[in-house]
Write a protein that binds this ligand. Structure first.
Ligand code: AMP
Length: 394
C-alpha cells in the first residue's frame, strides 16, 4: 500500500500534530524503559530541523476513558525533555483551553506533550468531533505510532480527515521491514514463534506457513502441538480445544514442505513456584505430573543449523516462562542465536512484546536488524490485515 510520508508534507514553521506511541512502562512517576521514546527521535529531530512546532499525542495504559493519574503522560514529557536536553511542555488535557493555548503559544522548535488521549472515551470510539478538536491544535498531522495503527481510533484514523497527513520515520521503517518479510523474504526463512497460546497466533501461523522454510515453535504453545501428536506433556499448559487446529496446521506444513520444529527436550518443574525442582527431560515426553517451563539444550542445539543458514528470521514470543530467571535460558539462547545471525547479515525481525523484552534483558537489542515497537500491530500486519492507521494515510 502506498502511503503519504512526512517528507511529502510542508512542515516549515508549521504546528505539527504527531501521534507517537509513548505507551511506555512507568514506575513511581518514572519511565523504566524508554525504547519507544528513543524510537521517535528521528522524526522529532526532522521536524525540529524544519522549524516546526511539535505537538505530541499518545495513549498510556488502559484508563478506559477516565482521568487516571497513574496513566498520566507527565513523567513521559519530563523524560523526553531529559533525552533531548531541552525542556518539553506538557498540557494537562489533550483538548480544551489548556491544550489550545499551549499549542498556540508554542515557539518554533518547541515541543508540547498532550495528556493521555484515552482519558477521553471518544478516542477509542474513533469519534469524529474528538478527532476534529485534536486536529484543530495543528496544521499538519504525522502518524508515527506503529504500536497503535492496528486500531481505528480518533488519533489514528478520524484525525487524518481534517489535516494533511503522512507517516513519520518510525512508521515508515516498521512497514519497510515487515513488508519485506511478508512479501519477499530472502530464503531460507525461519520463523520462531513462542508464547502462551496457540489461539492468539493461529492466523499468523497460517500465514507464516505460506512463506517460511522452517517454523520453530516454543513456549507453552508447543505443548498444544505435542499433545495433538500424542506426545505426553504432563501438567503443562495445553489448550485442549485447539489440538485439532494444531493437528491441521501440522498437516498443512507437511503439504507445503515446511519443516516444523517442536521442542525435543524441556525444562520441567513440579510447580511453577518450585524453581528448585527444575530439571531437563531426556526427550520430548514430559513425565506425568510435571510442567514444561522452558525448552531444553537439545532443542536449542537443533536450531543452530536452520538459523545458521537462514537469510530471514522472524521471532515472536518467548520459548518459556522467561520472566523467571531460572526458566529463561532457552529464550536467552535463542536471542543470542538471532543476534549472531543478524551479525552475519541475516535480516532478523523481532515482533514486539515479550521477545523484545528478552532480547533487551540479554543486552542484544542493538545487534538485531529490526525490533518492532508494536507486538499486536506487527502480528496483524504479517497476518495480511489492513492496519486502519496506515490505510488512513493512503
Ligand atoms: P505471548 O504474549 O503469547 O507472546 O506469551 C508470552 C507469555 O507466555 C509469557 O508471559 C511467558 O511466561 C508465557 N509462557 C511461555 N512459555 C510458557 C510455558 N511453558 N508455560 C506457561 N507460560 C509460558
Amino acid at each position: 500500500m502506498k502511503i503519504k510520508k512526512m517528507q511529502d508534507l510542508d512542515l516549515k514553521n508549521k504546528r505539527v500534530l504527531v501521534r507517537v506511541d509513548y505507551n511506555v512502562p512507568t514506575k513511581d512517576g518514572r519511565v523504566t524503559d524508554d525504547t519507544r521514546i528513543q524510537a521517535s527521535l528521528p522524526t522529532l529531530r526532522h521536524l525540529l530541523a524544519a522549524g516546526a512546532r511539535v505537538i505530541l499525542m499518545s495513549h498510556l495504559g488502559r484508563p478506559k476513558g477516565q482521568v487516571t493519574p497513574k496513566y498520566s503522560l507527565s513523567p513521559v514529557a519530563k523524560h523526553l525533555g531529559q533525552v533531548l536536553g531541552n525542556p518539553v511542555e506538557f498540557a494537562s488535557d489533550c483538548l480544551g483551553p489548556a491544550a489550545a493555548s499551549a499549542a498556540q503559544n508554542l515557539p518554533p522548535g518547541g515541543i508540547l506533550v498532550l495528556e493521555n488521549l484515552r482519558f477521553h472515551p471518544e478516542e477509542e470510539k474513533n469519534d469524529e468531533n474528538f478527532a476534529k478538536s485534536l486536529a484543530s491544535l495543528g496544521e499538519v498531522f504525522v502518524q508515527d505510532a506503529f504500536g497503535a495503527v492496528h486500531r481505528a481510533h480518533a488519533s489514528t484514523s478520524a484525525v487524518t480527515r481534517f489535516l494533511p497527513s503522512g507517516a513519520g520515520f518510525l512508521l515508515q521503517k516498521e512497514l519497510q521491514f515487515l513488508e519485506q518479510i511478508r512479501e519477499k523474504p530472502a530464503k531460507p526463512y525461519v520463523a520462531l514463534v513462542g508464547g502462551a497460546k496457540v489461539s492468539d497466533k493461529i492466523e499468523v501461523l497460517e500465514k507464516l506457513l505460506a512463506k517460511v522454510d522452517t517454523l520453530a515453535i516454543g513456549g507453552a504453545m508447543a505443548y498444544t502441538f505435542l499433545s495433538a501428536m500424542g506426545v505426553p506433556v504432563g501438567k503443562s499448559l495445553v489448550e485442549k480445544d485447539k489440538t485439532d487446529l494444531a493437528k491441521s496446521l501440522l498437516d498443512k506444513a507437511q503439504k507445503k514442505n515446511v519443516t516444523i520444529l517442536l521442542p525435543r527436550d524441556h525444562m520441567v518443574v513440579k510447580a511453577i513456584e518450585d524453581e528448585a525442582s527444575a530439571k531437563y527431560t531426556d526427550d520430548q515426553a514430559i513425565p506425568e505430573g510435571l510442567i514444561g517451563v522452558d525448552v531444553g539444550p537439545k532443542t536449542v542445539q537443533r536450531l543452530l543449523a536452520p538459523i545458521g543458514s537462514a537469510k530471514t528470521i522472524f521471532w515472536n514470543g518467548p520459548m518459556g516462562i522467561f520472566e523467571v530467571a531460572r526458566y529463561s535460558k532457552g529464550t536467552t539462547d535463542v536471542a543470542k542465536l538471532a543476534a549472531e545471525a543478524a551479525g552475519r547479515g541475516t535480516v532478523v525481525v523481532i515482533g514486539g512484546g515479550d521477545s523484545v523484552a528478552a532480547v533487551q534483558a540479554a543486552g542484544l537489542a542493538d545487534k538485531i536488524t529490526h525490533i518492532s515497537t508494536g507486538g499486536g500491530a506487527s502480528l496483524e500486519f504479517l497476518e495480511g490485515k489492513d492496519l486502519p492507521g496506515v490505510a488512513a494515510l493512503a
